[in-house]
Design a protein around this ligand. Structure first.
Ligand code: HEC
Length: 118
């Protein structure tokens, strides 16, 4: 009887150990850390990027020459135009190259900055 009991004990213990082991090995791989969210674009960063535009489009987007003014345009319309330049939907000489250099979030931030001049 003693032998049977110890065999049963062995099975029970072994069984639970095996279950534990199975639990450990079948555990799903550690969750991948979520892709780091893009750093939020600060107002200063938006101003830096937006100021590049003023080299051609004039201070605060008030163009002194033949390049169209950006002053007075809404953020929505600037985003739309820049996205169209980026995709090529709107033909351009230089703007596609500029627009392609910015992420969607950057374009939104630049548009907000440029449209902030009243
Ligand atoms: C090298 C000069 C230059 C720079 C820098 C530049 N642009 Fe332009 N932009 C142009 C020219 C030229 C056009 C006319 C379209 C074309 O030929 O590319 C234009 C057109 C535009 C238009 C369309 C305006 C309209 O009424 O038709 C928008 C909007 C615009 N640019 C936004 C920007 C923004 C925002 C930036 C900064 C990220 C920027 N541009 C930087 C030269 C420039």
């Amino acid at each position: 009887m003693q032998t049977v009991k110890s065999v049963i004990t062995w099975i029970v213990l072994g069984g639970s150990a095996a279950t534990l082991a199975a639990c450990t090995t079948t555990k799903p791989p550690a969750e991948k850390p979520a892709a780091a969210p893009a750093a939020p674009i600060t107002a200063a960063a938006a101003a830096n990027m937006g100021s590049n535009c003023f080299t051609c489009h004039g201070p605060e987007g008030r163009s002194p020459g033949s390049i169209p003014s950006l002053h007075g345009k809404t953020a929505e319309s600037l985003v739309k135009t820049l996205q169209d330049f980026k995709s090529g939907a709107r033909p351009s000489t230089v703007m596609a190259r500029h627009a392609k250099g910015y992420s969607d979030a950057e374009i939104a931030a630049i548009a907000k900055y440029i449209s902030s001049f009243k």
